[in-house]
Design a protein around this ligand. Structure first.
Ligand code: 6GU
Length: 224
C-alpha cells in the first residue's frame, strides 16, 4: 500500500512513522508513506496557499489551485483508489472504514487547515471525507496519522501475531474482555479461576460473555 499525505505541516507527522510497528511496516516495504508539502505549490514570493473567504467571515480558506496542482501531479503518476480529505465534517472513522481502506493500493490523504478547503477541491478530487471524532483539532495532520495507523496495522505481515488484529476490540463490534498476566493474585485481587483452568472451551466462552457484558455496559450502541 502507498499513502501520499498532503499537508502544510508534514513535520508534525514524521515520528509516528519512525517508531515501532508503523516503522517496521515501512521498513519491510509493506507500506510506503510519502509526504507532500503544499507550500511549493503556492503563489508568489510567499508561496501563498490560503486566502480570505468570499462573502466574508472569520478564518482563511485553502485555495483551489495549489491543491489541484498537487493532487493532479500525483494522479498523473498512478491511479488512486481514494482521495481522502481529513475534516471534522467527514464521516466518523470506525473499524469498518479502516478494514475497507486496508485492501486498497494507493491512497491520498489531504490534511485540512484553517477554515477548510475551497469547495471546488472537493468537487474536483475528493472521493471520501473522514473525521476522527466529534471534536476539533488544529488541523488534519494528527487525524491523518490516526487513519494511517488504523489502516497500516491491518496490512498482512504488519502485526507479528496474525491473530491479534482479528481479536481486537471492534473487529466483531465487541469491546475486549478483561485480560490478566502474572501474578495470579495481587493485593487481594484474583485472576478469575476460569483463566487458570486450562479449559480452552470454557475460557473462550467466558471471554465472549465478558465482551458482551462490557459492551452492553460501556457501549450499548455497538450491539444494536
Ligand atoms: Cl480530520 N480534522 C480536524 N481539524 N479536526 C478533527 C478531525 C479532522 N477529526 C476530528 N476532529
Amino acid at each position: 500500500m502507498r499513502i501520499d499525505i498532503i499537508s502544510v505541516l508534514p513535520e508534525l507527522m514524521e515520528s509516528p512513522f519512525q517508531t515501532s510497528i508503523l516503522k517496521r511496516a515501512v521498513d519491510k516495504g509493506l507500506a510506503e508513506v510519502h509526504f507532500h508539502h503544499l507550500r511549493p505549490f503556492g503563489f508568489g514570493k510567499y508561496r501563498q496557499i490560503d486566502d480570505e473567504p468570499y462573502g466574508g467571515g472569520a478564518g482563511m480558506v485553502m485555495m483551489v489551485e495549489p491543491l489541484d496542482r498537487c493532487i493532479s501531479e500525483l494522479k498523473a503518476q498512478r491511479n488512486y483508489d481514494e482521495v481522502i480529505y481529513l475534516t471534522p465534517d467527514g464521516e466518523t472513522l470506525n473499524q469498518r472504514t479502516a478494514n475497507t481502506l486496508s485492501i486498497k493500493n494507493n491512497l491520498i490523504f489531504l490534511c485540512g487547515h484553517y477554515k477548510g478547503i475551497d469547495q471546488r477541491v472537493r468537487e474536483l478530487h475528493i472521493t471520501k471525507e473522514i473525521s476522527i471524532g466529534d471534536y476539533v483539532l488544529t488541523g488534519g495532520e494528527l487525524a491523518a496519522c490516526v487513519l494511517a495507523d488504523s489502516v497500516i496495522r491491518l496490512l498482512p505481515g504488519v502485526l507479528n501475531d496474525e491473530q491479534s488484529a482479528l481479536t481486537d476490540s471492534f473487529q466483531d463490534n465487541l469491546l475486549s474482555p478483561p485480560i490478566y498476566t502474572r501474578p495470579a493474585e495481587y493485593k487481594g485481587l484474583k485472576v478469575p479461576d476460569v483463566l487458570l483452568s486450562g479449559n480452552f472451551g470454557k475460557i473462550e466462552e467466558w471471554r465472549h460473555d465478558e465482551a458482551v457484558r462490557i459492551t452492553r455496559e460501556k457501549r450499548p450502541d455497538l450491539l444494536e
